[in-house]
Design a protein around this ligand. Structure first.
Ligand code: UTP
Length: 275
């Protein structure tokens, strides 16, 4: 059984400065709910109730969000405003939350490595909460991936087809097609140029990782931009065993960019909030 999920939330969020100067980018709201709460709700829906965060300096608001705000809650108790707390109260009731810190921003791979103590030697999900994945009434993306994990028992990355001018922003895979939407990974390149890119299948911010990833990460040298790249460690896993890539069903918004954030806001306002 897989029951844990890791949220690396230590990044600086420079693309949202000055908004993110003293506020975590993961706390930016899509309409009335912070990005990170969407991600946690997706994890809970997938049955991943043990939620770990890798935070950093200036990220305390995330821990506060998943805790009681006694004064505020007492103040609005019994009033019509109390209903606005329903979704976060539900999340707090269902999830268990733990936190650790990444002291230097050495990349996503390093953030994951910092989560080792929280995840232990069990398979776990990973959510990059600036990738907002919405599936309407369908099963969430992580739940789709947990189902696949139970079948294949190996690391799984979520992928999406992207246009040529976007490939250099992602990790990109090559692989053998097992069936519609499912590939066994044979190669992976982090942020390739169009010429280097082995395909248009880009890795997005949802993963299921087997715990041997921690030993692999420990032995992986810094890669692109001098950062410890999760993609490099996943390629080692793929070469030693198996990594699957799953073209998920649903919409993804890159809320780490201003354009994606605005698109997500419009989508959620029209299709979720007003409904
Ligand atoms: P990004 O590449 O989006 O970086 O990280 P960022 O710092 O958050 O944002 P920009 O590019 O400066 O605007 C992808 C994910 O990995 C986490 C981030 O928090 C984000 O969820 N991350 C990245 C870490 O936790 N630690 C790192 O050292 C790097």
């Amino acid at each position: 059984m897989i029951s844990k999920c890791l949220f690396p939330v230590a990044g600086y969020g420079t693309r949202f400065l000055p908004a993110t100067k003293s506020m975590p980018k993961e706390m930016l709201p899509i309409v009335n709910k912070p990005l990170v709460q969407y991600g946690v709700e997706e994890a809970l829906e997938a049955g991943l109730f043990d939620v770990g965060f890798v935070t950093g300096r200036g990220k305390r608001a995330i821990a506060d969000h998943f805790d009681v705000n006694y004064e505020l809650e007492k103040e609005i108790e019994g009033s019509s405003k109390e209903q606005y707390l329903n979704s976060i109260r539900d999340v707090m009731e269902r999830g268990k939350f733990s936190f650790t810190r990444q002291t230097e921003m050495r990349g996503l791979g390093d953030a994951i490595l910092n989560g080792w103590r929280l995840m232990g030697d069990e398979p776990f999900g990973v959510v990059l909460s600036d990738d907002l994945c919405l599936t309407g009434n369908e099963e969430g993306v992580l739940a789709q991936m947990v189902r696949l994990f139970n079948q294949f028992r190996c690391s799984i990355v979520a992928i999406q087809e992207v246009p040529d001018d976007q490939v250099s922003k992602f990790g990109v895979i090559a692989g053998e097609k097992m069936k519609e939407g499912l590939y066994q990974v044979s190669d992976m390149v982090e942020k390739p140029s169009l010429e280097e890119a082995p395909s248009n299948l880009a890795i997005i911010g949802r993963y299921i990782l087997t715990p041997d990833i921690f030993n692999v990460l420990e032995n992986t040298p810094p890669g692109k931009n001098g950062e410890l790249q999760l993609t490099d460690a996943l390629l080692t896993q793929a070469k030693n065993g198996c990594v699957m890539a799953y073209q998920f069903k649903g919409k993804r918004f890159d809320c780490g960019s201003v354009e994606g954030f605005v698109k997500a806001t419009n989508h959620v306002y029209n299709n979720v909030y007003l409904k």
